[in-house]
Design a protein around this ligand. Structure first.
Ligand SMILES: [Zn+2]
Length: 719
């Protein structure tokens, strides 16, 4: 792995011997005792050795490299935002005589950074929104002066230097710093960082941290702080708040979120790691997940993505109490942990969107694996006379689905509440990607993995497929503001807070095939089939052989039935009666024709009930299975093509694919019953869709603007 190449040399420093490990541009002193620890012989350590040993975890190098690059992209954004503010202030004072102060202030709201809803309905929301844009005031009296260069271990940090326009102040808090390795890397690799505070609860950690800071000659930029991270973050006054707070605990970050959202500046960045995947990505400890994150995890192949959404919802709920809204910039599930980068804004108006951006999920985890989502609040959008969006926040309708899965009849389980908005801001990802070619691959050894992950994370955006003119539903809600300012190119545009993700999880193709007991559908074939009937699809970052699509499950299962009928026949006996696969297969085109006959319908019910009785393990199991078969029987009439349109109508109207013009003709069949769709398994079509998708990504998120770069018109991207 990338970690094995970490160079290590032996040095004598302050009368002690160390192994020096270089990671990024930072050097970390590793007492020889620690070597034993990392080789797994912890028993050999004497207590004294242990206390001075430095914990270096090479596995987390990817996380640290990624964090450095993410904070760099964010730091460049912050520099440009400040530049923009200073320019505006100067312009304002130059042409003071024209407009009243109130009108001017409004104008300031509409920065490139915040394309967000210009007017949001609400009694006091708008007023607060205006207030929220008031920026941090210049520092109060600062006895230390410009650079208090003494590396003191005090809880009181000197306020940033007074005039922000002259000297750029950009501060980072490494709240759970342990060895200080992250702090060392941020201070040595990020030129815009003016100060890093490295906090830890352990005095021995602070002691070795100090040695490392001195060894790296970073005393003027890193301040160690001994104390409880929460107490420290709660105690920060307005000017002392940080541009970036990094929470990188062993285990969950949940206990620190409330303090962290208050310790970060308006518009600042929170970087949160949670390593307790066994809590948020599996259902073994769902009660613990609820108490830590305020939501129940989801079972199945999409459990990690569900976990990211639980964590994001937890951050959002902590923030919203204080009038802060969050915007996820990048959310990744990596190995055994989750890492999310979230922007935090003071905006009581945007906080109101949280209800509609939270959802519960009905998950068919014991049956076919299908799911349906339920928002916790409704959001209706209207346009005022000038064409600005007006939002009405209201109550959501009761259950969007029955207690049994409509596809296989099995009982569903509830997961959430969880975040229902986008997981990433594509502009942020692209900004990180754009820096990669300029980096030294020796310093950043995990570049290939970062590139791979970010590229697929970017491609998860289904909206990369622009809608054709025939569809108007989704084109009214823009995914993000596409404006890129040529003057301030590093600014990361803010996403529309009203955005929610209607297709939040990915499908696992081997899992689908397992339900049907057939050979696994290759990804290209499956995507080709979906695109042949006008649905969009894209890969997912979290797992291979996984994809996201806007096709409803009624269509997905029809594609699977057609896969079996056309390409990969199975034996009639391979699907046991009463299983999810058998129920789904019973809706095949041939069977639906037979259902017109009433005797056939009764005999199907009889077979189904008999199978349920025979296969029931105990009385509870038996009841479940009989219930499921009665449920199926009752809803069987609705499967018939003549009456079946209700099933498809409940799904949001998908956008037709425009990636391949020749396919747009079939896109009009959306309202038709799935069994009447003409599905073709053409791998070339899947590959073409994939290539077109990547191409659009390159066009849409291009980072270096051309000479006359302006707001990118969606239509112009269409090939
Ligand atoms: Zn099901």
């Amino acid at each position: 792995m990338e970690t094995s190449t970490t160079p290590s040399t032996r040095v004598q420093y302050q009368d002690k011997e160390y192994n020096v490990i270089k990671e990024g541009l930072a050097h970390i002193l590793n007492p020889p005792a620690q070597e034993a620890a990392s080789k797994g012989t912890k028993r050999d350590l004497k207590e004294d050795d242990e206390s001075q040993s430095v914990f270096y975890n090479p596995i987390q190098q990817f996380n640290r490299d990624l964090s450095v690059l993410a904070i760099r992209a964010f730091g460049e954004h912050a520099v440009d935002v400040r530049k923009q503010k200073v320019d505006r202030r100067n312009k304002k004072s130059a042409g003071k005589n024209e407009k009243g102060p109130a009108g001017k202030r409004k104008r300031e709201d509409d920065t490139e950074e915040s394309p967000a809803p210009k007017r949001v309905e609400g009694e006091n929301g708008e007023k607060s929104e205006v207030e929220s844009e008031v920026t941090v005031q210049p520092a109060k009296e600062n006895p230390e002066g410009e650079n208090g260069s003494k590396p003191e271990t005090t809880a009181q940090q000197p306020a940033p230097a007074a005039e922000e326009k002259d000297s750029m102040v950009f501060t980072v808090l490494d709240a759970l710093s342990a060895t200080g390795l992250r702090a060392l890397r941020y201070a040595s690799e990020l030129p815009m960082v003016s100060k890093v505070v490295a906090n830890d609860l352990s005095s021995s950690a602070i002691k070795s941290m100090k040695t490392n800071i001195e060894y790296n000659k970073l005393e003027d930029r890193i301040k160690p702080n001994l104390g409880d991270a929460r107490v420290y973050m709660y105690g920060l006054s307005g000017v002392e708040k940080f541009d970036v707070i990094d929470l990188d605990p062993y285990g969950t970050a949940a206990p620190f979120l409330d303090a962290a959202v208050q310790g970060v500046k308006d518009g600042g960045l929170l970087c949160v790691t949670c390593t307790d995947a066994s809590i948020w990505a599996s259902t073994g400890y769902s009660e613990k997940s609820f108490s830590l994150y305020g939501g129940i995890p989801i079972k199945g192949h999409h459990s990690h993505e569900g976990g990211l959404r639980l964590i994001l919802n937890s951050v959002a709920m902590s923030a919203s109490k204080y009038g802060f809204a969050i915007e996820p910039l990048l959310s990744l599930s990596i190995d055994f942990y989750a890492r999310v980068f979230v922007r935090v804004y003071r905006s009581p108006a945007q906080v109101k969107f949280l209800g509609a951006n939270s959802m519960v999920v009905y998950n068919c985890d014991s049956g076919c694996g299908a799911w349906s989502t339920q928002p916790l609040a409704s959001l209706r959008k209207k346009l005022d006379r000038k064409g600005n969006p007006l939002y009405h926040h209201g109550l959501a309708q009761g259950p969007v689905s029955g207690s049994n899965c409509e596809h296989c009849g099995f009982k569903t389980h509830l997961a959430g509440p969880m975040w229902a908005g986008p997981l990433h801001n594509p502009h942020f990802i692209q900004k990180i990607l754009a820096t990669l070619p300029k980096l030294d691959s020796q310093t950043y050894q995990t570049i290939p993995r970062i590139e791979g992950m970010l590229t697929t994370a970017l491609e998860e955006d289904l909206d990369l497929t622009p809608p054709t003119t025939s569809s108007t539903t989704s084109s009214e809600t823009p995914k993000a503001d596409d404006t890129q300012s040529a003057e301030y190119p590093a600014i990361i545009p803010r996403q529309d807070p009203a955005l929610h993700e209607p297709h939040p999880f990915y499908l696992n193709l081997s899992a689908l095939s397992k339900v049907m007991h057939c050979s696994t559908v290759p990804l290209d074939e499956f995507r080709g089939a979906l695109h042949s009937i006008g649905y969009r699809s894209t890969r997912s970052h979290a797992k291979p052989n996984a994809m996201r699509t806007d096709a409803p499950f009624s269509v997905i299962w029809e594609v699977m039935r057609e896969w079996i009928r056309q390409e990969s026949p199975i034996k009639e006996t391979s699907l046991k009666p009463g299983t999810a696969g058998a129920v789904i297969m019973a809706k095949s085109r041939d069977n639906l024709r037979k259902l017109d006959d009433k005797d056939q319908w009764l005999s199907l019910l009889k077979t189904d009930l008999l199978a349920a009785v025979e296969s029931g393990r105990d009385i509870t199991d038996l009841v479940t299975k009989v219930e499921a078969s009665l449920y199926r029987s009752g809803s069987r009439q609705a499967w018939k093509p003549s009456a079946g349109s209700s099933e498809t109508q409940s799904e949001p109207q998908p956008q037709p694919s425009a990636e391949n013009e020749s396919q747009s003709s079939s896109a009009k069949d959306k309202s038709a019953h799935p069994s009447s769709l003409e599905i073709k398994f053409d791998p070339a079509l899947g590959r073409a869709a994939s290539a077109a998708h990547s191409k659009k990504r390159l066009v849409r998120y291009q980072i270096n603007p051309r000479a006359n770069w302006g707001p990118l018109n969606r239509a112009s991207v269409t090939q």
